[in-house]
Design a protein around this ligand. Structure first.
Ligand code: AMP
Ligand code: MG
Length: 323
């Protein structure tokens, strides 16, 4: 059962647990967040496990200030103006992700962009103290009502996490507005706690909705598309193929794989989730025309791992094959 501590008494234990790779439910001004160190892949994998999320959709990385944000993402002058006006606050900015930011690829689902927000209150204090960004989706079971009180979070997740920080009911009660700041304009990816009119007033330009050619959160399916063809449930490796392995036993012919990475030699799904995006992109970068993937069990985090692999394997118009 989770311990519930009032926020005045929770800063030290929350920081200790987060630095140790544990999850902590924390109050922010929008809703309660289920937080993990965004630089720790296994901690981030636990978020998906605890929420029971069937897919690896990208998470929002929470920062303490603009300095921390600018080390992670590239800010255009417009993005800077918006952050200046609305941070800390209920506005998430989707921006180009800087290489070498330290953010684990599971947070961005392997995308080239990252969603960043600076929250108010306890969440920000913790981030400032640990000096690391936190990945924190809403603290609820996937598909259920979002938690806006510590009691609601306890009911939903109390059996699965160690600490819930009680900051009372969250003042905004709605998730953050998500705005993609692109060269072509501003795109609202999710309406939330900051009104579009307020964003437009500061931006001096319209905020577009559902614009074509822009990745809305529901369209994230197509985002991670490796150049190599992906062959699932491989029992055998054919000449020239790279192999994405799982567990202690190898597919036949593994010794002739052009490149081989194992998601988890011991067969641990949390470790496999944490390695999924980086291993896929490393094998893709090896230049092999096909990546054979050993079977991954479908239970627990295996559901989201298999969902992502199936999307990467879905037929596409272009690929390395035939080019
Ligand atoms: P949650 O973590 O539940 O607050 O939801 C985060 C939302 O942000 C999801 O709807 C994601 O699809 C969206 N999101 C996060 N990162 C990105 C990104 N790089 N591009 C587009 N949408 C994003
Ligand atoms: Mg949510």
């Amino acid at each position: 059962m989770a311990e519930i501590l009032p926020q005045d008494a929770a800063l030290d234990p929350a920081c200790r647990l987060l630095l140790a790779g544990e999850l902590v439910a924390i109050p922010t001004e929008t809703v309660y967040g289920l937080a993990a160190d965004a630089t720790n892949g296994e901690a981030v994998a636990r978020i998906f496990e605890v929420k029971g999320r069937p897919r690896f959709n990208p998470l929002i990385a929470h920062v303490a200030d603009r300095k921390m944000a600018e080390a992670i993402a590239a800010f255009s002058p417009l993005a800077e103006r918006l952050a200046q006006a609305f941070w800390p606050g209920p506005l998430t900015l989707v921006l180009p992700h800087r290489a070498g930011s330290g953010i684990h690829p599971l947070v961005t689902a392997g995308l080239g962009t990252i969603a960043l927000r600076c929250p108010k209150g306890f969440g920000r204090d913790v981030i400032e103290r640990i000096g690391r960004p936190l990945a924190a989706p809403s603290a609820n079971i996937s598909g259920r009502v979002t938690g806006t009180t510590a009691e609601a979070v306890d009911k939903a997740l109390g059996g699965r996490i160690g600490l819930i920080v009680d900051g009372g009911p969250t003042p905004v009660g709605l998730e953050s507005s998500i705005l993609k700041v692109a060269e072509e304009g501003l795109f609202l990816l999710r309406p939330g706690g900051l009104a579009v009119e307020e964003i437009e007033r500061v931006a001096g330009q319209p905020v577009l909705r559902g614009a074509k050619g822009v990745e809305a959160p529901g369209m994230l399916a197509s985002h991670y598309a490796p150049a190599a063809r992906i062959r699932l449930d491989a029992a055998e490796v054919f000449p020239g193929e790279a192999l994405l392995a799982f567990g202690p036993t190898r597919a036949r012919g593994a010794e002739r794989a052009a490149a081989l990475l194992n998601l988890s030699p011991s067969g641990d799904l949390r470790e496999a989730a944490a390695n999924l995006f980086s291993h896929l992109s490393a094998l893709d970068a090896s230049g092999a025309a096909t990546i054979a993937v050993e079977p991954v069990p479908g239970h627990g985090l295996g559901e989201a791992i298999n969902d992502r692999l199936a999307r990467a394997a879905a037929p596409r118009d272009s690929g390395r094959e035939g080019t």
